[in-house]
Design a protein around this ligand. Structure first.
Ligand SMILES: CCCCCCCCC/C=C/C(=O)SCCNC(=O)CCNC(=O)[C@H](O)C(C)(C)COP(=O)(O)OP(=O)(O)OC[C@H]1O[C@@H](n2cnc3c(N)ncnc32)[C@H](O)[C@@H]1OP(=O)(O)O
Ligand SMILES: Cc1cc2nc3c(=O)[nH]c(=O)nc-3n(C[C@H](O)[C@H](O)[C@H](O)COP(=O)(O)OP(=O)(O)OC[C@H]3O[C@@H](n4cnc5c(N)ncnc54)[C@H](O)[C@@H]3O)c2cc1C
Length: 673
């Protein structure tokens, strides 16, 4: 049968092997849970092995030692080589395989085709007519052209209805005139817009006969297909270095009365006829589909970022020895400290939870996408509410978890050798892109307030907000349930979310009744509203985790996931317990119960800690971290890694003669006086 932990190899650091030998579950079977099927988990490993055999696809040196130009070039070089091998390495119609290939070969810092795959192709798939697909989509899929999604402007990102770029219809020539009238109207931020792409779907405010029809999508050719020079009336460039993600050329774009044919507006759902007649889409927000596409997939991306940093931190914590618990025994692995466990294990549980919630979200997204193809839009509001809440909560909690992982690695966590700072930098972009987190929490709040209103009016609500109509206990039964029955926990989460939703609703209603205009009342309640959204979303995440554990058949996997779920529920509940203490739903005694369950959980997770992160099956190539090495041989490799520093090329730097020597000479001269 072999070892349950599939990462064990001869020659590994004995401390990490010791951890792996304790595994109570088969890590590859657990990978099947994380990646949603055994086949998907197998394919990831097959792809990694195949990539490792292609020398040109390996990093030329550790990425932190590359300049920005070198990063951009490296990513482009690899994209070129990948194109030659693509069909041998992956099924190009499988998004998960492509995503994995990208993570292994290129990593998260970006590449010239990042937005091409993530938004340009999806927006064409969703919003282009069949004729437009023939013209652009199939060429895009073959990579004959490279595109991006250019929506955000220097002055407006969140409030799409105030985009300043205009697309004015000229009936006489049957063209749209695209114009950026001000500095703030310049497109600013779109990934790969700066230097890589030659096409973009540009989102602009449609004007017909001086009437504003709001944001619409237009296909714009930016650069000559052969010379790559920007076309006339187009200014385009890179916006400069960012916190991270610097292999990507996020760009700016200024359109100067650029004329494009009428047929360049994406018209699957919405139309402008030759005579300027506007035909409405079946749902006003269908053109927001590319954003919903990314939001729906972000849970899994964030779970991946979180799992990556935890893999690094937990593996490192198993070989790092410092201090004593029993003074008579040798120094312990830092993973033995309860504080270290409390710092890391709840985030491991969250990474699993986000992945399971992500799988449910993608399923709903796929259904809505299919419905939309036939003009059916009923579930769009549910999906928008769910993805708005999840993208906000999951990115925020991921940020917290990655930072804890960094701190848990002590000083070496701060070195780029850990690579955690880059992962952090890439991940936290998610708090902002695809809708700033507060803005998106407030979108969910609109949906929750509608549901609360319906309940107050005596109507029954269903689906994601069904619990608002369900019976509630005055007091939580949390300490009176048999072990491994999570119903009472979930009921307590429901109670907390319900109370906060109605608290925000009542506050809003009171202000409205007092005569305050809706938008002002809304603003004055917005902190309470975002709290309601967060609690509703955290309930969903806990429910999705419990649903998955419930469905698992394999005994050992179920047991291991059950331990994580138990930790998750106790940790998360403690985090939001003040809401339940306020109205006496939980009492002090129950808080003690939750705390002691949490500490018990940490102990239960401890022997499997390395295996829980190993189950993500993240190879050394994709982790790019000295601290997170699979074999645990960190110290000698830290030293090797530092040799890459260009400062070590000579023993004495020119700055010595130029600045330091004169400084010291003059100081010495002065002290002799
Ligand atoms: C490797 C990987 C790592 C790295 C990968 C890195 C890739 C990064 C790529 C990043 C790309 C980007 O950021 S692209 C740019 C992303 N930009 C954004 O996300 C902008 C965020 N802003 C918005 O989405 C909008 O402006 C929003 C906030 C929703 C407000 O829109 P509006 O003003 O038009 O609408 P409102 O008046 O607020 O709402 C009117 C009604 O419409 C509903 N509504 C709004 N949007 C809806 C939607 N999508 N579907 C259904 N319904 C919707 C609302 O719920 C309301 O319903 P009722 O309540 O019933 O009336
Ligand atoms: C890494 C990265 C990649 C990106 N890629 C792309 C891309 O490919 N294509 C593209 O088009 N864009 C892209 N963007 C832009 C991104 O989508 C926007 O920056 C994002 O939507 C936020 O909008 P904003 O910058 O206007 O923020 P702002 O709205 O200016 O936010 C500033 C503050 O105002 C608050 N605020 C704003 N409106 C409200 C409100 N109504 N209620 C309460 N508070 C509010 C926010 O909460 C925030 O605290 C990218 C951004 C980043 C960081």
């Amino acid at each position: 049968m072999g070892n349950l932990n599939k990462e064990i190899r001869d020659g590994d650091h004995p401390d990490i092997t010791e951890e792996r030998l304790k595994s109570t579950f088969d890590t590859h079977k657990m990978a099947a849970q994380i990646y949603n099927s055994q086949r998907a988990a197998d394919r990831r490993n097959e792809i990694t092995s195949a990539v490792l055999k292609i020398p040109e696809l390996q990093d030329i040196k550790p990425l932190p030692f590359l300049s920005r130009e070198e990063k951009v070039e490296e990513a482009a070089r690899k994209i070129g080589i990948l194109s030659e091998h693509l069909y041998d390495l992956v099924n190009v119609n499988d998004g998960a395989e492509l995503y994995h290939l990208n993570n292994v070969v290129i990593g998260g810092e970006g590449n010239p085709l990042a937005l091409h795959g993530v938004m340009f192709i999806p927006v064409l798939q969703a919003q282009a007519t069949d004729e437009q697909k023939k013209k652009w989509l199939y060429r895009a899929m073959k990579r004959e052209i490279i595109g991006t999604y250019a929506q955000t402007e220097m002055g407006h990102g969140s409030n799409l209805r105030k985009l300043e770029t205009t697309a004015t219809y000229d009936k006489a020539t049957e063209e749209f005139v695209l114009n950026s009238p001000t500095t703030t109207s310049m497109k600013w931020w779109p990934g790969n817009l700066g230097k890589s792409t030659n096409y973009a779907v540009v989102v602009a405010t449609l004007i017909i006969n001086e009437k504003d029809y709001g944001p619409h999508s237009f296909m714009v050719q930016l650069r000559d297909e052969n010379t790559h020079k920007p076309l006339p009336n187009i200014e385009v460039g890179d916006i400069g270095p960012k916190m991270a993600y610097n292999a990507t050329d996020n760009g700016f774009l200024k359109l100067n009365h650029l004329r494009i044919p009428r047929t360049n507006m994406l018209m699957k759902h919405v139309k402008v006829e030759k005579d300027g007649t506007y035909i409405k889409p079946p749902h006003a927000k269908m053109s927001y589909s590319a954003m919903v596409h990314v939001r729906a997939h972000m849970n899994n991306t964030m779970a991946y970022f979180l799992a990556s940093s935890l893999t690094i931190a937990v593996r490192y914590s198993s070989i790092r020895r410092q201090g004593h618990i029993n003074p008579k025994e040798p120094e312990v692995k830092v993973l033995e400290y309860q504080t270290q466990q409390h710092r890391l294990f709840p985030h491991i549980a969250r990474a699993y939870a986000f992945s399971f919630a992500g799988a449910e979200t993608v399923r709903l997204y796929e259904k809505v996408k299919k419905d939309m193809e036939s003009g059916e839009t009923e579930l769009m509001a549910d999906l928008h509410a769910l993805t708005s809440g999840l993208k906000s909560v999951v990115t925020y909690l991921t940020m917290q978890g990655i930072e804890q992982a960094r701190q848990s690695c002590g000083g070496h966590g701060y070195s780029m050798a850990s690579y955690i700072s880059e992962i952090y930098g890439i991940a936290i972009g998610g708090c902002t892109y695809e809708g700033e987190n507060m803005v998106m929490l407030l979108q969910l709040a609109r949906y929750l307030m509608k549901a609360a209103k319906a309940v107050k009016e005596g109507k029954k609500v269903e689906g994601l907000v069904g619990y608002l109509s369900a019976p509630d206990n005055r007091h939580s039964l949390i300490d009176r349930t048999p072990e491994k029955s999570y119903d009472t926990y979930l009921k307590t989460f429901e109670h907390i979310a319900r109370q906060q939703i109605f608290r925000a609703f009542d506050k809003l209603e009171k202000m409205l009744t007092s005569g305050l205009p809706h938008s002002e009342a809304w603003n004055k309640c917005s902190v309470e509203l975002t709290r309601a959204s967060r609690l509703h979303t955290r309930l969903f995440i806990a429910q999705a985790f419990a649903r998955r554990v419930h469905d698992v058949v394999d005994f050992h996997i179920k047991e291991a996931l059950d331990d994580l779920l138990h930790l998750h529920l106790n940790y998360e509940l403690l985090d939001v317990a003040s809401y339940a203490l306020e109205d006496g739903h939980l009492c002090g005694e129950q808080m003690n119960f939750i705390r002691s369950e949490l500490y018990r959980s940490l102990g239960k997770i401890r022997p499997n800690a390395v295996s829980y992160v190993d189950a993500w099956e993240l190879s050394d190539m994709e982790l790019r971290s000295v601290l997170g090495r699979r074999d645990g041989h960190v110290y000698e490799n830290l030293y090797k890694w530092a040799q890459n520093s260009s400062l070590n090329r000579t023993d004495v730097l020119p700055v010595f003669e130029k600045y330091l020597k004169p400084l010291m000479m003059s100081a010495r001269k002065n002290s002799k006086l």
